[in-house]
Design a protein around this ligand. Structure first.
Ligand SMILES: C[S@@+](CC[C@H](N)C(=O)[O-])C[C@H]1O[C@@H](n2cnc3c(N)ncnc32)[C@H](O)[C@@H]1O
Length: 246
């Protein structure tokens, strides 16, 4: 790497707030698949939200992939002495590069011998392995559902069984939500609306890939969030963390 590149990288790294050095969090990034999916600025924002969120709600995660953010939030909950439960959903579906243009093959990009179904089973097993290894006594409550399907069940306020065969009461108020599922605008908007119905006053919502330079619908949706008078922007690091006003 040239000196100029190093200086530029250093300059940008200075602008992201981080939690104090935590050896486990550093290790975690290489223990679980999907390192590139978690912006290090999100770690600071999650920690902030999990520390300051209102009590007695639940933490919701939309989009878990291999479990990096799930394991991280479970750890930060424990580190901050919080007892709120983490509920997450992910269909573990393969998202192809051309899906959004209506071009969808049965296999993963660039390979004709690896089916999307096998990919799905592989990603789910990565998730199961990582949480069972790192949080066996503190499992999340995980549902193999899209966020739309998940909130349909959540709205019924029933007791439901998750992929670990644990039963949990759904429909509780939400203290903090991390939105990191389908990043297309209409999905982000709907995910937010579903979360908003249950989010407590002073509760938090963090949007992954919402930074101003992002090409995702999450960034587009931030224009609406900034106009939403029920919410206060807490921090851009560089993704957006909002708190619901009282
Ligand atoms: C960027 S990854 C999540 C990364 C994860 N939060 C982490 O930091 O390790 C996005 C995930 O969203 C899931 N996903 C896609 N569409 C979804 C939907 N409609 N509802 C919920 N999850 C969805 C995908 O299966 C994928 O695992």
């Amino acid at each position: 790497m040239t000196i100029i590149k190093k200086i530029i990288r250093h300059f940008f790294s200075l602008r992201v707030k981080e939690i104090p050095k935590d050896l486990y969090v550093e290790r975690l990034r290489s223990l679980v698949v999907g390192e590139g999916m978690l912006h290090r600025g999100n770690i600071y924002l999650m920690d902030y939200a999990l520390k300051h969120m209102p009590k007695n709600g639940v933490v919701i995660e939309i989009g878990s992939y291999g479990g990096l953010s799930t394991n991280l939030m479970l750890y930060l909950l424990m580190k901050n002495g919080r007892v709120e439960k983490l509920i997450n959903c992910d269909p573990w579906m393969y998202e192809g590069y051309t899906d959004r243009h209506g071009i969808k093959s049965k296999t993963i990009d660039g390979r004709t011998d690896i089916s999307r179904d096998d990919y799905s089973a592989y990603m789910k097993s990565n998730f199961l392995n990582s949480v069972q290894f790192l949080n066996k006594d503190n499992l999340p409550h995980s549902f193999q559902l899209t966020s739309d399907e998940f909130f349909k069940v959540y709205d019924k306020k029933i007791k439901a069984e998750d992929i670990f065969n644990q039963t949990i009461q759904l429909g509780k108020s939400i203290s903090f939500a991390y939105i990191d599922g389908n990043h297309a605008y209409q999905y982000i908007k709907r995910d937010f609306e579903n979360v908003d119905k249950y989010l407590m006053s002073s509760g938090f919502v963090l949007f992954d890939d919402s930074q101003d330079s992002s090409q995702f619908g999450s960034a587009l949706f931030m224009r609406e969030m900034k106009q939403n008078t029920n919410y206060q922007l807490i921090e851009k690091n560089p993704n957006y963390l909002f708190q619901k006003r009282n």
